[in-house]
Design a protein around this ligand. Sequence first.
Ligand SMILES: Cc1ncc(COP(=O)(O)O)c(C=O)c1O
Length: 371
Amino acid sequence: MGVPLLDLKAQHVALREDVVKAATAVLDSQQFILGPVVADFESSCAAYCAVPHAIGVSSGTDALLLALMGLGIGQGDEVITSPFSFFATAGCVHRVGARPVFVDIDPGSFNLDPARIEQRITSRTRAILPVHLFGRCADMGSILGIAERHGLHVIEDAAQAIGSEHQGRRAGSMGAAGCFSFFPSKNLGGVGDGGLVTCRDPALFQRMIRLRNHGSHPKYFHSDVGGNFRLDAIQAAVLSVKLPHLDGWTAGRQRNAMMYCQRLADLESSGALVLPENPSDVRHIWNQFTLRIPGRRNELQAHLKAREIGTEVYYPRSLHLQECFSYLGHKAGDMPQAERASAEALSIPIFPELTQAQIDEVCNAIHDFFR
Ligand SMILES: Cc1ncc(COP(=O)(O)O)c(C=O)c1O
């Protein structure tokens, strides 16, 4: 039968009519840049994320850039972040002229290990940038406590975590700013690139609104240098159709995750693999369902590929070992947990429309491999 890692068509078929109608309305209006459709979507997202302010932007990457710029982080500053993330997390820190300072992850959550943060804080540290990887919030209680003690900003990279919660608080509502991506493979995915920044402080909100549009205020007068970080109306229209379905899709992902946990529990007991954690104080939204396969990850991936089961390695090289960051002077062994995760992690299909038969197929194939 084969099972894709992600089947976007399954979602599209169900929503096709509404999506086409919403996109057509934007075409008919000829209002493509910002405007009421974007503003309505921003209000809905602010409510969903439990924050007063949300700003639609051109991508998750630009959300991170805008948040860093909005907080005035730049040349000479240091930002503490995770080495086990998508490249944009640290790439944006570098792009604003600041220095990414990597802190190793907690192996259970794949997220920034708060116990290691304080030893990397210096007089130049301005912010902590935790990533809610795979849809599970980082340990925000500890991270916010550290940030408060040291007078640091917290920017949440919530690109993979819309609707995720830590102790009842929504991703993007806990730090100074939250950064989201609407890349098509995200739980709320657009028909192209898109992103969002959330915040609580009205002054930061106003500053980011200006920076999103070249720092222009009023039009053609620039007190700051910003960029073109605007969300397209057509993306906002499609995303507005999808947002009301997000909790239903999340429930589907959670159901699938529980099925995998039941069906693969014997392999965890025998030590063949490690299942992702699902602690009770976190609302995990399962953007990815990521196993650890100590020693045999690549072999299992090849076996699943031969059975036409889609998998992905997020992420095969941790950020401190990327060539472009060689100026930071890291070497293999500096971030042992992130490096181990790069060697062991394997994400398997978790999208909401997976059928019971597809889940059986994946689980049977994994069992066959270890048999
Ligand atoms: C953790 C993380 N941060 C940032 C981004 C950047 O988002 P985008 O691809 O929308 O620019 C992504 C997207 O893949 C991501 O997963």
